[in-house]
Design a protein around this ligand. Structure first.
Ligand SMILES: Nc1ncnc2c1ncn2[C@@H]1O[C@H](COP(=O)(O)OP(=O)(O)OP(=O)(O)O)[C@@H](O)[C@H]1O
Length: 319
């Protein structure tokens, strides 16, 4: 098992990483830890781990690290594992991964896995995979302006603080959003693979990360009052009831605006408009365990037959 660790993710909680690794090694699992040195490095490391014949490649970090790791697993038979060490860890909430270190270690050695179908965000000369969501509008502006030091100190609280700072001075744009060829106008848009946003907060109840396609949330009302209402509804899981919110399913989304507005993917500011969003060419298998709280719609499948012997002695193969 290879573990790709982003030491800058979240509040740099290496203690949790080592607690999980200790449990794995106590159970005889051979683990090799590779540390990222910069943004994008997780993709290179995942490619190396895939070439080395890893059967499980674990992303230890936040959603950005997971997305970069998945990008390096293209064409590989390896399965993806997650040790959530990020700020929001939305994907871990999405798949109900346990937060306790021991339960997480057990989950990582599990035979069971689910499909995770990433999305692909593209500009003319650039592309990036994402595992959870892409946002354009006020949320991307907040992500783009967040102070990394404050994020490290306050975690998710940094987003609340920055939202309050930006609310009064933000000029809400008019975005053109093409959803499977039909044009809409909105002040903000979230294209989501999953149901949650910013943590365990429900925004897209019908989303299915195990399948191709997206939930597209169009915020038709701009203005500070509307954004504040959205922010207040979010922690109560009531965002789907926000007035002026249009929710659609789609397989292809294009977003343009007269300005070069920032775009956030999985909580990282990644590019500026225009962008197009579609399904990644292939899914990955995400290792989940008995302790995971998996929604019934995320059908579990057993370990492939060639790996079944590892179940017998409770050990996963080393690299
Ligand atoms: N060693 C590194 N130094 C600086 N940046 C890094 C390094 N390794 C990875 N990164 C970048 O850090 C970004 C943020 O990491 P990540 O998303 O995992 O954590 P987070 O933002 O705290 O968590 P979350 O996405 O759950 O809010 C990644 O997209 C990646 O490009």
């Amino acid at each position: 098992m290879f573990v790709i660790h982003n030491p800058t993710a979240g509040r740099r909680n290496a203690g949790k990483l080592w607690a999980v690794l200790d449990c794995l090694m106590d159970h005889g699992v051979s683990v090799r830890v590779l540390e990222t040195r910069s943004g994008g490095h997780a993709t290179e490391l995942a490619r190396y781990a895939s070439r080395s014949g890893a059967d499980v490649i674990v992303a230890a970090g936040g959603d950005g690290t997971i997305a970069e790791t998945v990008a390096g697993m293209t064409g590989s038979a390896a399965r993806l594992g997650i040790i959530p060490l990020g700020t929001a860890n939305v994907l871990a909430h999405e798949f109900g991964l346990p937060s306790d270190s021991k339960a997480l270690a057990v989950a990582l050695t599990s035979a069971e896995s689910v499909t995770l179908w990433p999305g692909l965000i593209q500009r003319a000369d650039w592309m990036r995979l994402f595992v959870q969501m892409v946002g354009v509008g006020f949320d991307a502006h907040v992500v783009d302006h967040i102070d990394p030091g404050v994020k490290r100190c306050l975690g998710r609280g940094a987003y609340v603080l920055q939202t309050l700072r930006e609310l009064s001075r933000y000029s809400f744009p008019s975005l053109r959003v093409s959803v499977d060829g039909t044009d809409y106008h909105a002040a903000g848009v979230i294209v989501s693979k999953g149901r949650f946003y910013g943590g365990p907060y429900l925004v897209a109840p019908d989303a299915l990360p195990v399948e191709p396609g997206f939930s597209v949330l169009l915020f038709e009302n701009g203005g500070a009052f509307s954004a504040l209402r959205a922010g207040l509804l979010l922690p109560f899981g009531k965002m789907p009831h926000l007035s002026g919110l249009r929710s659609l399913r789609a397989s292809c989304v294009e977003i343009t605006a007269p300005e070069d507005l920032p775009v956030q993917a999985d909580g990282d500011s990644v590019e500026t408009l225009p962008v197009s969003i579609r399904d990644a060419p292939e899914p990955v298998r995400l290792v989940v365990g008995a302790g995971s709280d998996i929604p019934a719609a995320f059908t579990l499948s057993p370990l492939p037959a060639e790996h079944a012997r590892y179940q017998e002695n409770g050990k996963m193969p080393g690299p």
